[in-house]
Write a protein that binds this ligand. Sequence first.
Ligand SMILES: Cc1ncc(COP(=O)(O)O)c(C=O)c1O
Length: 366
Amino acid sequence: MNIPFLNLAAQYASLEHELLPVVTQTLAKGHYVLGPNVDAFEKEVAAFTQTRFGIGVNSGSDALTLALRALDIGPGDEVITSPFTYIAPAEAIHQTGARIVFADIHSQTFNINPADVARKLTPKTKAIIPIHLFGQAAPLKELFALTQPRGIHVVEDCAQAIGATHEGKPVGGHGQIGCFSFYPTKNLGANGDGGMVVTDDEALAKKLRMLRVHGIERRYYHDLHGYNSRLDELQAAILRVKLPRLNGWNARRAQIAERYRAGFAGLPVELPITATGNSHVFHVFALLADRRDELQQFLDERGVPTLIYYPQPLHLQKVYADLGYKVGDFPVAESVSKRILPLPMYPELTDEQADYVVSVIRQFAF
Ligand SMILES: Cc1ncc(COP(=O)(O)O)c(C=O)c1O
């Protein structure tokens, strides 16, 4: 059996009959950047995340940058985030001119560890970006216990967790601002780039709307140093078709995760936990194994390609050498990077395919 690591074409095939008419209608209307589909999609995502305002932007990366800018974060400030994630949150901090400060992660959820955040707080800490990694919320309650008394902002990176909840409330509306990505591989993926910022704060929403279009409220009058970060109509129209499917897709991901979990019982691998109070949307299902590289090769030779993320924690990336971090500074992130193995995970994966992945792993001589 050959199992693709990802299969975006399968999702398209299941929706083609709905997507094509929407695409042709949008093309025929002649309105391509911002517009009625973006407006409607912003309202739909706000409702879905139980927030008051949604602001469509060009990508999840831009969502984070604009969020920090809207909160007036800049040179002289420090922003804490995780070293075990995609680089976007760190890039967003850097782009504002603030200093990137990392805090280590928890070994079973891969999310930022509040105990280490507490050690990294200084009077300059202006915000924290918890990343809801792999599909479950970071430990928000413990983080808020640190941030609220100090007036520190929380910008949630929900790129991998749309539809997940924490204490019954969707991710995105817990902090001052929530940031989403609609990159094609995400649980809700566009057919191109796209992102969204959500907030309950009207003044922030207004500022974010200005920032995404060159700092204007009125055309050709620029009040803020802004960006070109508009969401286009075609992506919004496509995402509007997909959003009503998201909960069903996430439920299917959770079923596959259960199947994997049951299948790996008794093996000497560590499986991720879902923290109390969280519902998990399994953007990624990853196990930890000591001889990870050998296991990866074993799977690859048997038709199960896998992809390691993240192989190098951010504090050890060349681009951040000037931050002065070194090997050993974040032992959990470093150990997880060496042992993690994400498995195929998408709603279209069949039970038979999941069982095949399990059977190959069970054949490995641990
Ligand atoms: C955790 C995280 N944050 C931010 C992003 C950035 O999103 P985008 O690719 O839409 O810029 C991604 C993924 O791409 C991500 O995984």
